[in-house]
Write a protein of this length. Structure first.
Length: 82
């Protein structure tokens, strides 16, 4: 297992809530739309950093799928590509 890696088991919201209390610093999720959706659903996301490429190639998984309620997001920063 990679250094600074935590494998979760059981209830995702409960495990992440515990991890957020134990870890001093950022918790990064890379490449798991299912986990990010669960974290958004349970209000466990403090910041989203998205890279958007304006190219559509077929279909894929939605990052912002169905949730039980609307989530308020605030744009903190944006940077243009070059």
């Amino acid at each position: 297992m990679a250094e600074n890696t935590t494998v979760l088991s059981g209830d995702v919201a409960e495990e992440i809530s515990k991890l957020k209390q134990e870890v001093d610093g950022n918790i990064l999720v890379a490449g798991s739309a299912q986990l990010v959706q669960a974290l958004i659903e349970h209000d466990l996301v403090d910041e989203l950093r998205l890279m958007v490429y304006p190219v559509v190639l077929g279909s894929g998984k939605r990052l912002f799928g169905k949730t039980s309620d609307k989530k308020a997001l605030r744009l903190a920063d944006s940077k243009g590509g070059g």
